[in-house]
Design a protein around this ligand. Structure first.
Ligand code: ZN
Length: 349
């Protein structure tokens, strides 16, 4: 989830889930007259979806679907189904008879950040580099206003990334505001900056950050009218109607304007870079503490980052739940075969 794409998907009223293979001729006026916009589910919708998908799964007593629904803003129905499935698999892998909240947390991170690649070994050098890089993102995200709260920071490789700093919005977002986007650019810059400032090195690991920051800045200028060029859009996208897919971009502006656009994009990225740099310079010791904690623990959650920023000691590492945790709460006496005859039920607590 990159978070800056439209919140809404457009589907066709046709029995296909492969809109990319539709012949454009199908889309001529008169063929499909209705457009159905399917929004991502809101918090109540997510709770309902979770309820449906967990109907046949034994849940431990600590599982609270409303908490899960609140913790998954931006998840689509498919993401939620995927999360439930992964949680059930995680519990089964541990020979657990019921799915714990812990399993859901693991599954949520898997859906959010990709699958952990524990087999991929980082050299100490790479590990250190990744820890400082992610600490840079995390510290900027934690300190700058208008950012989404941190969810987790990890240096366990996931998908294509060596490390991940994950933020989660508090509520469902329908709009992005300029100050939020500016902060996002600064957060993206924080990673590379930390490498530069603390390790005196630059790695290719920041390539994706730089690309995303530039793309964000370009959208702010060209699509959302958020620069000194004013409320204009530049570049008309030729979208295949219905499909919402960008096919090509038409340049509808002059060479002179193109130069101005580039300057504005540069200005926005530079501004984010500068504010991240100021922040990291003023909090050097905090950044080092976050990076060292990451090297030691590999994962830090939001509360731990907060403790480090406040100068507190982190609590000891908690081991994951054991296989039979949660069983007792779930298999209730009157559900066990042969026990329903009465007389044997324990007194209610
Ligand atoms: Zn990064």
């Amino acid at each position: 989830m990159d978070g800056f794409e439209s919140n809404e998907g457009v589907i066709l009223m046709a029995a296909t889930n492969r809109p990319d293979v539709l012949d454009p001729a199908l889309l001529r006026p008169g063929r499909f007259d209705r457009r159905v916009v399917v929004s991502r589910p809101d918090v109540r919708g997510r709770e309902e979806i979770l309820r449906v998908h967990t109907r046949k799964i034994p849940l431990a007593d600590d599982v609270d679907l409303s908490v899960l629904a609140r913790g998954t803003p931006g998840f689509s129905g498919a993401d939620l189904a995927n999360m439930v499935n992964e949680a059930a698999l995680a519990a089964a892998r541990q020979n657990r008879k019921a799915v714990l909240m812990y399993d859901f947390e693991l599954a949520k991170d898997k859906v959010l950040m990709g699958v952990e690649r524990k087999s991929m070994l980082l050299s100490d050098e790479e590990k250190k580099n990744t820890a400082y890089h992610e600490a840079g993102h995390a510290l900027v995200a934690a300190k700058l206003p208008f950012s989404d709260p941190l969810h987790k920071v990890t240096i366990i490789p996931r998908g294509m990334a060596l490390g991940v700093t994950m933020q989660l919005p508090i509520d469902d977002r329908h709009n992005y505001y300029k100050n939020y986007l500016e902060t996002s650019i600064a957060i993206l810059m924080g990673g590379r900056l930390a490498e530069e400032m603390f390790l005196d090195s630059m790695s290719t690991g920041a390539g994706n950050d730089i690309e995303r920051a530039t793309e964000l800045a370009r959208k702010m200028v060209c699509e959302w009218g958020m620069s000194d060029l004013g409320p204009l859009t530049f570049g008309k996208k030729e979208e295949q109607i219905f499909l919402g897919r960008e096919i090509a971009q038409h340049r509808d502006y002059s060479e002179a304007t193109a130069v101005k656009i580039d300057a504005e994009v540069q200005k926005l990225v530079k501004r984010g870079y500068d504010s991240a740099k100021d922040l990291l310079s003023a909090n050097r010791d905090v950044l080092v503490r976050i990076a060292l904690a990451l090297i030691e623990r590999e994962v830090l959650d939001a509360s731990q980052i907060k403790m480090i920023i406040e100068g507190q000691e982190l609590p000891k590492i908690v081991p994951p739940p054991k296989p039979d945790d949660g069983v007792q709460q779930v298999i209730k006496p009157d559900l066990q075969p042969g026990r329903a005859k009465g007389g044997e039920r324990p007194a209610p607590a």
